[in-house]
Design a protein around this ligand. Sequence first.
Ligand code: SAM
Length: 315
Amino acid sequence: AAAGVDDSAVIATNDDAASCKRFAVQQGYWKDPYIQHLVRPGERKAPEINRGYYARTQGVGQLLDQFLQLTNCQCQVVSLGAGFETTYWRLKDEGLLPRGYFEVDFPAVTSRKCHYIRSRPPLSKPLTEGGGQLQIEGGTLHCSNYHILSGDLRNTEELNASLTTAGIDKSLPTLFVTECVLVYLTPDQSSKLVRWAADNFPTAMFVNYEQVNMKDKFGQVMVENLKTRHCHLAGVDLCADAESQKQRFLSVGWEGGDLLDMWTVYHSLPQQDVQRIERLEFLDEVELLQQLLQHYCITWAWKDPTGLGLSNLGF
Ligand code: SAM
């Protein structure tokens, strides 16, 4: 389905996320030699924002890596609303590629990503290294085990069909990732998506990063002051609190789930690296960082009928 007029603001949030990530990478928060080929350098970001993005990428990345290690990479990853994520290249560089890696986003986003991959060798070369054939058509890419698909997450029938056509194997352990994505769907739409994943994939995990506790007026103003423009679209339900975050999964077929706010995640990351990044830029208002990070969380849920040990993953 083509994106409607209202979707253009949502689509633009990807540029914001990508440029924040590029800036943080440039400042040395983490390594990503690929993001610079997907987005132009943006304006300077506040240290709080950079640390927030650090916690987000490292936090989601840790759960992903744990899943890959637990399954010995005999699994699949599906990133929904993937935008300009560069995770596939990182996993390739680290020898951690799953059997299949699938990304879905609006055509307006995937066609740009595909165009950059096609025209920039630092992006395309790693994909074709092992003899893989790069097949790009509009907003769709297939290259050995990497698939970029265009679609609308609100249409699970279509999503199911395009993943099936791309060769997804529903019997493999499958990790779904939504990084700052579900907030753009209505509660009914995200519920349908999360239920579809549970209904179709017997062994699966879902990792979701997004805002919580937006009932807190003070916090909301704080977040707005920090110019995190994403997740602030009119009409979106920002009142999901922590418990309902978890219930959203448990009520539609997921066996178990857990969540942590990003302030806690930040303190659960390898502290040597946290100390390293804290030396990169001076931050005079630690309380501001705490306020910001406490308004975001990572929720993860699992279905593990064969006892792989998915319930042991976490921080
Ligand atoms: N996950 C990426 C990241 O963290 O860098 C991008 C996050 S960006 C804030 C949100 C992404 O979700 C955008 O790329 C947007 O196009 C995508 N998105 C939101 N609603 C969608 C929908 N209904 N169908 C497909 N993609 C959607």
